[in-house]
Design a protein around this ligand. Structure first.
Ligand code: PLP
Length: 385
């Protein structure tokens, strides 16, 4: 005999020994084979994100800072980490860092939260706003995590191809913003993989027309020096993402979300309590103490980008697009897939893209150290011949 009563959401259950066995048998058989039927169909149809390590001599595929931390700086960071009490939990919510970085970004301290990379912040945003039948609007091509996180949270993902200059195709985007009222519009600024910044005017049109949030992902801000931060005062649906991954701390997984305090208030309920581990918190504080040293590397990368861009422009059959980030997107007359493979044979790893809708095949090369850029160019010229 089983019986039970509901008290609010609490089911108070009583069951005799014999019926426990009956329940056990039938649920056991049911659950064994049912993972697929329990899983959201959008998850079933995806492949797990593959960040496969491809052996190479020169790694120019992941938009990382090619410079390691100078020795004395690294020692200082490790000295701080050595003092960490690893038996204790880190500070929940990284509140002290929120205060320090809010000053850094010139916003109030209740307008910022930190994440395990900006990837996690994209995921938290998606989880938090995932109302039934909600949608997300993105241009394509763009950074893959917007679509992955949106699908995993059950959104309809609406993709609008960029125009031939890789800028936003604003007419369909505005139309869909009005028709579908997407909860989130993700814009990578500069855009990954194309490296250009979308037109500010077009982005402001979306901000003005959208009832949902417009997320400007400024992962590559340090190379573009363009930001929407001052517009936080003007638009209450604007959210900005930043990261320390591209300035040289990719391994530490530190991202920032800056937006209205009322949004942060809700996101904090979805965020896991200790999402930023203790060593990452130490590294984030360290970054602020030594920011000038990091920024000096950024300037070297910008110089490297300009040199690489003008060298690529001079190679016949190669069409590099304007670059605002620390990588260059380009097409070539020779099959890019073949070039990719030939470069890899020489130990140089870049990234290849085959854009949907017959937009064509492209390569993306991250700006490396000067010696790496030279070697890439040398091999590339050979391959393209
Ligand atoms: C546009 C964009 N946003 C976010 C990220 C990920 O940043 P994080 O390492 O902070 O998760 C990347 C990484 O390549 C990116 O290209």
């Amino acid at each position: 005999m089983t019986s039970g009563i509901w008290k609010g959401n609490l089911f108070l259950f009583s069951v005799s020994v014999c019926s426990v066995y009956d329940l056990y048998i039938c649920t056991k058989v049911e659950t064994l084979a049912n993972i697929k039927s329990l899983t959201r169909k959008e998850v079933l149809t995806q492949n797990a994100y593959s960040a496969e390590e491809i052996p190479c001599k020169i790694k120019l595929d992941a938009n990382e800072n090619p410079f390691n931390l100078p020795g004395p700086l690294k020692n200082e960071l490790f000295k701080r980490m050595k003092r960490a009490l690893l038996n204790r939990y880190p500070e929940a919510g990284a509140m002290k860092l929120r205060e320090r970085f809010s000053e850094h970004f010139g916003v109030k301290k209740d307008m910022i939260m930190l994440g395990n990379g900006s990837d996690e912040l994209i995921q938290i945003l998606c989880h938090t706003l995932a109302l039934p039948n909600a949608s997300v609007l993105i241009p394509v091509p763009t950074f893959g995590m917007y679509k992955i996180c949106s699908l995993n949270s059950g959104y309809e993902v609406i993709e609008v191809p960029t125009d031939k200059f890789f800028d936003l195709d604003i007419k369909p985007m505005l139309y869909l913003t009005k028709e579908k009222s997407p909860s989130l519009i993700f814009l990578s600024y500069p855009n990954n993989p194309t490296s250009n910044c979308f037109s500010q005017e077009k982005i402001e049109m979306l901000l003005e027309c959208s009832k949902g949030l417009v997320v400007i992902d400024e992962a590559y801000y340090n190379f573009s020096k363009k930001t929407f931060l001052p517009l936080l005062k003007k638009y209450n649906n604007l959210v900005i993402l930043r990261t320390l991954s591209k300035v040289g701390l990719a391994a530490m997984r530190i991202g920032f979300l800056i937006g209205p305090a009322s949004l942060i208030h809700e996101l904090d309920k979805v965020r896991l309590p200790y999402n930023l581990n203790m060593l990452s918190q130490i590294a984030a504080g360290f970054y602020l103490d030594y920011e000038q040293e990091f920024l000096a590397q950024m300037n070297d990368i910008i110089d490297g980008r300009e040199a690489l861009l003008s060298a690529l422009k001079k190679i016949k059959g190669v069409k590099p697009y304007p670059a605002d980030a620390n990588f260059i997107f380009f097409s070539c007359d020779i099959d890019p897939d073949r070039i990719y493979r030939k470069l890899l044979e020489q130990g140089i790893l870049v990234k290849r893209f085959s854009l949907a809708g017959g937009l064509g095949d492209f390569l993306r090369v991250t700006v490396g150290r000067p010696d790496e850029n030279e070697e890439f160019l040398k091999s590339f010229r050979k391959v393209i011949k």
